[in-house]
Design a protein around this ligand. Structure first.
Ligand code: SAH
Length: 213
């Protein structure tokens, strides 16, 4: 598969749709227009890749719906060179959006097959996260913390305490909370001990799984 003007046209349409659905951030919409989503999917999805839908990526996981990616990315309000931790690399599409927005990105994935595939794909497409990690996102990445923002891209039954501890003061944690459906939730760290909580309506994610090791 390659990237053609037809794909570019579909991406422009997708960005327009997301704008109509309420996405305002120019940085986010620019990233949607830039990133060849069809190359993050199996070739059998090529004709659907720019629909605003989630699709299977193997290992029982999905690439998030573009609206969800855009919504979470807008909440993070990324500034250039922000240090961001992503939990749930999956296809790497959200990772690429964060890279395109100028962030320094660390991303953790617990499925080895996806970790390996995405580790090869992202640099091939010209996206260079600082580090992709095979491991358990519930633990975060204490050796690199604190982070300007943390984004969780799987449905979490509760807020993992290590992720709160690894946020800078003023930093944001964007996490879909719940079992069956999730409420998009943002915590802003006010100081060492206090967090402000905001909620943004229902979304649907695959579950954030506890490590069995
Ligand atoms: N951002 C990804 C979303 C993939 S779905 C994309 O748009 O493609 C969520 C991902 O979270 C899956 O790949 C799943 O394997 C991963 N995941 C689930 N539990 C995890 C955990 N505890 N630590 C790290 N990754 C996890």
């Amino acid at each position: 598969m390659n990237d053609t003007s037809k794909h570019q046209g579909l991406r422009n349409q997708l960005a327009k749709l997301l704008e109509e659905k309420g996405i305002r951030s120019k940085n986010v919409l620019d990233a949607i227009r830039l990133i060849p989503r069809h190359l993050f999917l199996d070739s059998s999805f090529e004709n659907f890749a720019y629909q605003d839908k989630a699709f299977p990526i193997g290992a029982d996981q999905t690439i998030s719906q573009p609206y969800t990616v855009a919504f979470q990315s807008e909440l993070l309000d990324i500034k250039k060179d922000d240090k961001i931790l992503e939990i749930g690399t999956g296809s790497g599409y959200q990772t690429a959006v964060l890279c395109a927005m100028g962030a320094t990105v660390y991303s953790i994935e617990r499925q080895n097959k996806l970790f390996k595939r995405t580790s090869l794909l992202l640099p091939k497409l010209g996206f260079n996260p600082k580090k992709l990690i095979f491991g358990d996102g519930y633990k975060g990445l204490p050796e690199v913390a604190p982070f300007d923002s943390i984004i969780v891209t799987a449905g979490a039954p509760f807020i993992p305490q290590p992720l709160m501890a690894q946020l800078k003061v003023g930093g944001k944690l964007v996490i879909p909370l719940g079992e069956e459906n999730q409420i998009m939730t943002m915590l802003i760290r006010k100081n060492e001990t206090q967090f402000e909580k905001h909620e943004y309506g229902e979304f649907r994610f695959v579950p954030l799984l506890e490590d069995k090791n």
